[in-house]
Ligand binder design. Structure first.
Ligand SMILES: Nc1ncnc2c1ncn2[C@@H]1O[C@H](COP(=O)(O)OP(=O)(O)OP(=O)(O)O)[C@@H](O)[C@H]1O
Ligand SMILES: [Mg+2]
Length: 364
């Protein structure tokens, strides 16, 4: 099913504008992640979609039908939206068995016993809990409880699955394996998914697209690679991973690229966003793993953004090394993958920043 959210606005009391004009579309079978820091309005957006909150403004449509439209007094109750939901707290019933928990939605709908048995079996197998039917729910690990919650949310075969940080109470290792499983389950069922998290690694693995939120607004909505490689502003760049920021003046546009001059005189080339106009102060984001330390000397191959530099500090971390590299007046962090480090502190080197990997940020 398709989910459309248009200009959603939700206020709590006088002062808190929790959701401030949020719009997005989740295509049928798509996995959209809302990613952002605590308090940015992710849960409130999800609760509006679920029908637990009534917004002041905007509309929510499921398969083209308005389910929330305050302008017209439309507020379809949650149980009539054909949704499945999984939350951070396990929210499964401790006095019931695994089977009874998963069967609940169908039992409420008074489906025939045989159908319930078959669907529960099918969903338990899907989440990897086959044969656990008779276990009391209290007797399960955190990961197993979330599998039960997921199976339960899927038994009624909802068109849209809403998930609010379902993995955040689990330990790190389980969290990262369940991520991949969850994605696989969503693919198999073809359910449209809206998933809330503040964990960027989770967002990257799960999302077909990611909406990065801050202060009740969407800062950027794009596929994971575009979010990570072409962040539109400082907030998105910083929230989605480690990066180096450089400030300068947009000096000129040349051959489809922008040339930014830093205070120390260094020139940095990067892809030019459509709106780029020379003259203004701009900020650049350079991811540490997209910078390359090379020995001094040797052919430069006519490459732009190849600067004389000096290694100021080296930290060897086993799988990779972290360098602090001085270029002109700037010091940049560089990651070098591999289990031995190729450069020593104090070495004169060159630093290469491939221009297509340098992001020119919009002010925000
Ligand atoms: N019932 C409520 N009454 C008053 N304020 C609320 C209520 N629910 C949320 N808020 C406020 O609205 C803002 C957005 O909250 P929300 O729960 O949507 O954030 P979130 O992005 O889900 O954060 P987290 O990652 O911590 O779960 C916050 O400032 C929060 O304090
Ligand atoms: Mg929340």
């Amino acid at each position: 099913m398709e989910l459309v959210v248009e200009g959603l606005r939700k206020r709590f009391g006088e002062n808190i504008l929790a959701v401030d004009g949020v719009s997005f579309r989740v295509a049928p079978g798509e996995f959209l992640v809302l990613l952002g820091p605590s308090g940015c309005g992710k849960t409130t957006t999800l609760r509006c979609v679920a029908g637990f909150e009534e917004p002041e403004g905007g509309r929510i449509l499921i398969n083209g039908v308005p389910v929330t439209d305050p302008g017209r007094g439309v507020l379809v109750p949650p149980e009539r939206r054909n949704l499945g939901m999984v939350f951070q707290s396990y929210a499964i019933w401790p006095h019931m068995t695994v089977f009874e928990n998963v069967a609940y939605g169908l039992a409420v709908k008074r489906r025939p016993r045989e159908e319930i048995r078959q669907k529960v079996r099918e969903k338990l197998a899907l989440v990897g809990l086959q044969g656990m039917d008779d276990r009391p729910a209290t007797n399960l690990s955190g990961g197993q409880m979330q599998r039960v919650a997921l199976a339960r949310s899927l038994t009624t075969e909802p068109g849209i699955l809403l998930l609010d940080e379902p993995l955040s109470n689990l330990d790190a290792k389980l969290r990262s394996t369940l991520r991949f499983e969850l994605k696989e389950i969503q693919r198999k069922t073809g359910v449209t998914a809206l998933y809330v998290t503040h964990d960027q690694a989770e967002a990257v693995v799960l999302g077909d697209r990611i909406a990065v939120m801050n202060h009740g607004r969407i800062m950027q909505l794009a596929d994971p690679s575009a979010i990570y490689n072409c962040p539109v502003n400082r907030f998105v760049a910083e929230f989605t991973g480690a990066t180096n920021f450089l400030r300068g003046r947009l000096d000129r546009l040349e051959g489809g690229e922008a040339v930014v001059r830093l205070a120390g005189g260094l020139e940095v080339r990067c892809a030019a966003p459509a709106a780029a106009a020379p003259g203004g102060e701009v900020e650049l984001s350079l991811r540490p793993e997209n910078l390359f330390v090379e020995p001094a000397g040797g052919p430069d191959g006519g490459r732009p953004n190849l600067w004389p530099a000096q290694v100021a500090k080296v930290d060897f971390l086993g799988t990779h090394s972290l360098y602090q590299v001085k270029v002109g007046e700037e010091t940049l962090t560089v990651v070098e993958m591999g289990s031995w480090c190729r450069h020593r502190a104090g070495a004169s080197v060159r630093l290469h920043a491939p221009s297509e990997r340098v992001s020119l940020l919009q002010e925000a």
